[in-house]
Design a protein around this ligand. Structure first.
Ligand code: DC
Length: 235
């Protein structure tokens, strides 16, 4: 008789705007797993800092953010319309507000503050304690869950990623230029890879998925094979 699939942790790391969330959401739905978007958590802290005077004119006041951390309570609630969880800060729905270019421009320095990472990593580890999660971020396979059974490192050409983000932002009515978006993608790659604490890096045991020229269906087929391989190894 076939064994039921073992609940595992799927760690999904990689560059910004390479379709990690779409991919993570699809595989979580396929498997009945919980999808956790850790980037949304760093964005939520950044939004709070912007709205409470800890970031002014793009200048990040680290001390002020560290002081604010105790006042920030982050929760997720499943939204069946999106098929994913919405993020709340102190009970307020901020899912839409965290995805503006203003937040994107300030999130890298905020996510480089060790105390911010410490708090969010502890929350993420707690959320994945029972396994059965797909967690997307930058340091999931290296720091948050080094013991994840399946680690995927996603990447795509910077221009392709900027085109995707540009289409997303303009569809929402944001007035941005393609150059501005490309500049944001490239500078965030650099900042994410070069920060001192938990830089974006591929875990040694991660498998690479470059989806620059892959359809969603092709990515799902690729994933099904990898998931099967892991389940066979665990059986
Ligand atoms: O995935 P995203 O683009 O929404 O992430 C926003 C920012 O948060 C990104 O610039 C890097 C940071 N981040 C991080 O440092 N660690 C994570 N696990 C997830 C995101």
């Amino acid at each position: 008789m076939e064994q039921p699939a073992k609940k595992i942790i799927i760690a999904l790391d990689g560059f910004s705007s390479c379709g990690k969330s779409t991919f993570a959401k699809s595989i979580a739905q396929r498997l009945g797993y919980i999808f956790i978007d850790t980037g949304a958590m760093y964005r939520a802290v950044t939004l709070y800092a912007l709205e409470h005077g800890a970031i002014r004119s793009g200048i990040v006041d680290e001390e002020a953010i560290i002081k604010q951390l105790g006042d920030i309570s982050i929760t997720f609630r499943f939204n069946p319309l999106r098929g994913a969880s919405d993020i709340y800060v102190n009970g307020d729905l901020v899912e839409g507000k965290i995805r503006t270019i203003e937040v994107s421009n300030c999130v890298s320095p905020v996510s480089a503050i060790p105390q911010v990472r410490e708090k969010l990593v502890a929350m993420q580890q707690e959320m994945g304690r029972k396994r059965g999660v797909v967690m997307d971020g930058r340091d999931i396979g290296t720091v948050v869950f080094p013991d994840a059974e399946l680690k995927i490192f996603m990447t795509a050409d910077a221009k392709v990623r900027a085109e995707r983000r540009f289409a997303e932002l303009t569809a929402k009515g944001d007035k941005v230029s393609f150059e501005e978006v490309l500049e944001n993608v490239v500078s965030r790659d650099k900042a994410d890879m070069s920060r001192a604490v938990s830089p974006l890096q591929q875990a040694e045991d991660a498998i690479v998925l470059d989806n620059s020229y892959m359809t969603v269906e092709e990515q799902m087929e690729w994933f099904d094979n990898e998931f099967k391989r892991v389940q066979e190894a665990l059986a």
